[in-house]
Design a protein around this ligand. Structure first.
Ligand code: DGT
Ligand code: CA
Ligand code: CA
Ligand code: ZN
Length: 587
């Protein structure tokens, strides 16, 4: 396990101990240990080897041995025992927004509740409201949280899904019986969350493929096992359908199961208007010439051999190839008919990214490590934007520490080596009233400021929240401004706060503020659905991984998908520009 995983495990142990109602000192020891690991200044392996880990503030002697074990990928008996002794239903309740271990323990010990379903019933029949510490209002909030949890539980983050979907696809493509294979559905369209996976395979020998698929080691349940169609559930709850079709029908099946439904409806309407019919089986032409095989022959397939790839299918209906990400039933057919589809941005267009964290706040890597990792991605520059002081939970920097970091960035940039050029930014908190956490005299020394909301996220009306953001965008900082993760949502965890996206976009345009497409898999924020408006208003986009560790830089992959869904072209995205152009832009 790396440092971050170990910190996560300690945190989890703390939570489990809390669920058990253990001694608060013990609980705090694990929580403090997790915090300490997250902000470790030195290399963990060095500290372990030199037996200096116990000297780190927040890490007691008792934890050192446990951390060493986890580092060697050994499991802690304490942890496995805790997991086993706590009912799964209680662990699931931890995923209800705003419902923590103390309250879970209370409903468990006082009402004997062990599952989310039971909890829901007890909220509805008034038993929960009767407990001390639970008012009518908090029960209402809890019920809303339960509804969200139930809805969220059926979907998965795109990033998490790709870790399962793509390795399996690669293996599938290598089976000797498989001619072609692809993952279709919302995954292929690059949706931010995915309900289930839809594998489409072209082959004339479906049986061995079916048998292979349902017997994958990570399959926990086989819900259907047919001759050409099967369905399974993987560890973690993700479900997948697989369909095998003869290779000459592959393109039609792939297109149909890629969807979306709205896109498919428009495609079928278009076919009908041309005297054709389109389905997952092929394109058919109404014919007056009945064949030998009866009534069905009135519908003759267009020669399937002419449709070898998806572009041929679109071509048969007089359309240019529509990239999967655009197939949402919006304006894509009209654009494809006129040959006006945008040249969508690709990952290869990125020359760098801007919003990233280091050890100085809540990141895991040093400036230099981040700069080298960015270079390994083939990038020319990397922007550092650590938290500002109002985000004290994330170890936000005060004025002095930010100035210190600025110096370090300048010095690093002068040193040669295989690393990206660093831009010095800061993720500056937008305070409750729309003022910024730092004054202009400091901000003007930065290359740019990412303006984000982390404090006072609830309790404001949509109008108040909108005015707060607009005020921040209008603030004279003396440096370039970017709006960070504008909606504050955490996918499948926390709804966006209420605000008027149109007014915010207009204010960004009026004040030449770049809007971020935060590519952290939990965020995907600003949502792709708003980027057409933003582009129309002339707003520039920055695709930012919001990396807290070197490996997080890869989040740009899913950010690119969202950008493509938002019809963004390289010209509209700041981080497609060269180092010199960005230097000029920052002025
Ligand atoms: P998901 O799984 O909820 O994230 O979303 P999708 O889009 O992957 O939906 P899914 O798995 O139910 O079906 C895959 C595609 O198959 C869908 O995008 C379009 C097509 N499809 C499925 N059912 C229907 C249907 O009833 N009508 C039409 N027109 N297309 C359908
Ligand atoms: Ca699906
Ligand atoms: Ca499906
Ligand atoms: Zn942030």
């Amino acid at each position: 396990m790396d440092v971050r995983d170990i910190a996560g495990r300690l945190e989890e142990i703390g939570t489990l101990l809390e669920l058990k109602g253990e001694n608060p000192f013990k609980i705090r020891a694990y929580q403090n240990g997790a915090r300490a690991l997250e902000s470790l200044e030195e290399d963990l392996d060095t500290l372990l080897a030199e037996e200096r880990l116990a000297e780190v503030n927040g890490i007691g002697k008792a934890l050192v041995e446990k951390i060493a074990k986890l580092r060697k990928n050994q499991e802690l008996p304490l942890y496995t025992d805790l997991r086993e002794s706590i009912p799964d239903g209680l662990l699931e309740m931890l995923e209800i927004p705003g419902f923590g271990p103390k309250k879970i323990r209370k409903v468990h010990t006082e009402l004997g509740i062990e599952s989310i379903e039971e909890l829901k019933t007890a909220c509805e029949d008034g038993r929960v409201a009767g407990l001390s510490g639970f008012g009518k209002k908090s029960v209402e909030n809890l019920l809303r949280g339960i509804e969200n949890r139930i809805a969220y539980g059926r979907r998965h983050l795109w990033w998490d899904v790709q870790g399962v979907a793509l390795p399996l696809l690669e293996q599938l493509q290598q089976l000797p019986e498989v001619d072609r294979a692809e993952v279709a559905g919302s995954f292929r369209r690059g949706s931010e969350t995915v309900g289930d996976l839809d594998y489409i395979v072209g082959s004339s020998k479906p049986k061995p493929i079916m048998d292979w698929f349902v017997s994958r080691p990570n399959v926990t349940e086989v819900t259907a096992h047919g001759e050409t169609k099967s369905s399974v559930r993987f560890e973690g709850g993700l479900q997948a359908d697989i369909r095998v079709v003869p290779d000459d029908r592959y393109v039609f099946a792939l297109h149909h199961f890629t969807g979306s439904k709205d896109h498919n409806v428009k495609m079928r309407q278009r076919a009908l208007a041309q005297g054709l019919s389109l389905s997952e089986w092929g394109i058919f032409k109404k014919s007056d010439d009945p064949g030998d095989d009866g009534a069905k022959a009135y519908e003759r397939p267009l020669a399937r051999s002419d449709v070898k790839e998806e572009k041929d299918l679109f071509g048969a209906l007089g359309l240019a190839f529509i990239p999967p990400e655009l197939r949402e039933g919006l304006e894509e057919l009209d654009l494809a008919e006129m040959g006006d589809l945008p040249r969508l941005i690709t990952n290869a267009d990125l020359r760098g990214v801007f919003h990233n964290h280091t050890k100085a706040s809540d990141g895991m890597a040093s400036l230099e490590e981040m700069a080298r990792a960015a270079r390994e991605h083939g990038w020319d520059y990397l922007g550092i934007a650590d938290h500002s002081k109002a985000s004290f939970q994330a170890h936000g920097l005060d004025e002095n520490r930010l100035r210190e970091q600025l110096d370090q960035v300048r010095k690093l940039n002068e040193k040669s080596g295989d690393k990206a050029h660093l831009f010095a930014g800061c993720e500056v908190d937008i305070l409750k009233d729309g003022r910024l956490d730092f004054e202009k005299d400091l901000l003007k020394e930065l290359d740019y400021a990412v303006l984000s909301i982390h404090v006072s996220m609830s309790g404001l009306s949509a109008d108040e929240m909108t005015r707060r953001i607009v005020r921040a965008l209008e603030t004279d900082t003396g440096c370039r401004k970017m709006l960070g993760h504008p909606s504050g949502r955490l996918l499948l965890r926390r709804e966006p706060y209420a605000f008027d996206a149109r007014r915010v976009i207009e204010a960004a345009a009026a004040n030449e503020v770049v809007i971020e497409l935060n590519a952290n898999p939990w965020r995907m924020d600003l949502d792709w659905r708003h980027w057409r408006l933003a582009t129309e208003k002339g707003v520039l986009c920055a695709i930012n991984p919001d990396a807290h560790a070197t490996e997080d830089l890869a989040y740009t992959l899913c950010g690119i998908l969202a950008a493509r869904k938002g019809a963004l072209t390289p010209a509209r995205v700041l981080n497609t520009r060269s180092l010199q152009q960005v230097v000029d832009f920052f002025g």
